[in-house]
Design a protein around this ligand. Structure first.
Ligand code: GRG
Length: 307
């Protein structure tokens, strides 16, 4: 007998929750294995790198890589390294972003930011070393074919460089205190936040052997929309949530006089935009059945999260 709809949905939501916990644990394990130990010289740098990466974060980018990998029929263990690599780049960006010369924040993932704990000079080096480690672990991974590795390295380098995240951050710094139009804000976030999220999903797809090209395109369209939705929700949470829940300082954007989706559109329209982008992401998967369910659940998780 078929189960009634609400019961089935409840069961699927629970299964997704179990999957999220499992993949977050797996991500933590792979990162732990690849970060040099605290007893390896230079010990304080390695301690600070581990402090910055381990034991926190939602691991949304790794989850996207795993979900896209599964959608494209990758063997789970082949997605471990791209998932960990993208989290290393993300952690690098957070360490540098929190520094006084950037966004200047004392709190990250519920604990003192890396520069508060270890000082500015070491925080700078932590970011640099995490970036190098991300590329190192992909290039040395024996379970991936050379062609797969080159595609991953390429997409990750593009997403984190001047045409991606670093470029988006530069636009952000230049526009401090200057009101932006919605189009300008979107351009900034497509680079600053969206590029790495898109890279995460694409790297997951590339971890499959000979992925179906239509599926890769669908993953790319999906990730483009959900990457922007992620940022819109981030802006909403910065207004609506509190520091304890977010694990980072709430209300920072308003305090810094920054243009956000909330300041430009207002809270209500920003929420509508998040829903519209969520719908666009779902539409990118409309051709597919159950095999795209993890990506769909992840889109819900990103859009409806509370932290
Ligand atoms: C990294 C190439 C490079 C240069 C540094 C500092 C910088 C340039 C870029 C900043 C990029 C940045 C911090 C964007 C904000 C993205 C964002 C909304 C981060 C929060 O992500 P979550 O919510 O964090 O996924 P957790 O802690 O859950 O991982």
């Amino acid at each position: 007998m078929n189960k009634p709809m609400p019961e089935l949905m409840q069961e699927q939501a629970e299964q997704f929750h179990v999957w999220v916990n499992k993949m977050q644990t797996q991500t933590e394990f792979v990162l732990d294995q690849h970060l040099p130990g605290e007893n390896v010289v230079p010990m304080r740098l390695h301690e600070a790198m581990r402090y910055s990466v381990l034991g926190g974060g939602k691991r949304v980018r790794a989850l996207l890589a795993y979900a896209a990998g599964e959608f494209c029929n990758a063997r789970l263990e082949k997605t471990d390294i791209p998932a960990a690599a993208v989290e290393l780049i993300h952690a690098f960006s957070l360490v540098h972003d929190d520094m006084p010369c950037m966004d200047d924040d004392d709190l990250r993932r519920g604990k003192p930011s890396t520069h508060k704990q270890y000082g500015d000079a070491l925080a700078l080096l932590v970011g640099d070393a995490l970036q190098s480690l991300a590329f190192q672990i992909i290039s040395q991974e024996e379970s991936l074919k050379s062609g797969q590795k080159i595609k991953m390295l390429h997409v990750l380098a593009l997403a984190s460089g001047s045409r991606g995240m670093a470029g988006g951050q530069a636009i952000d710094l230049e526009s401090m205190g200057i009101p932006l139009s919605q189009e300008e804000l979107e351009q900034m976030h497509i680079h600053k936040t969206g590029a790495l999220i898109r890279a995460a999903a694409l790297m997951g797809a590339y971890s499959a052997d000979n992925p179906n090209q239509d599926k890769v395109k669908a993953v790319d369209h999906f990730a483009k929309a959900i990457g922007l939705a992620f940022q819109v929700v981030d802006d909403i949470l910065d207004t609506e949530s509190d520091t304890a829940t977010l694990g980072k300082t709430a209300g920072k954007d308003a305090k810094n006089n920054k243009s956000t989706y909330v300041t430009i559109l207002g809270l209500h329209a920003a929420k509508e935009l998040a829903n519209e982008l969520h719908a666009n992401a779902m539409a990118a998967l409309s051709f597919y059945g159950r095999e795209a369910d993890l990506l769909r659940h992840l889109a819900n998780f990103i859009t409806h999260r509370s932290f």
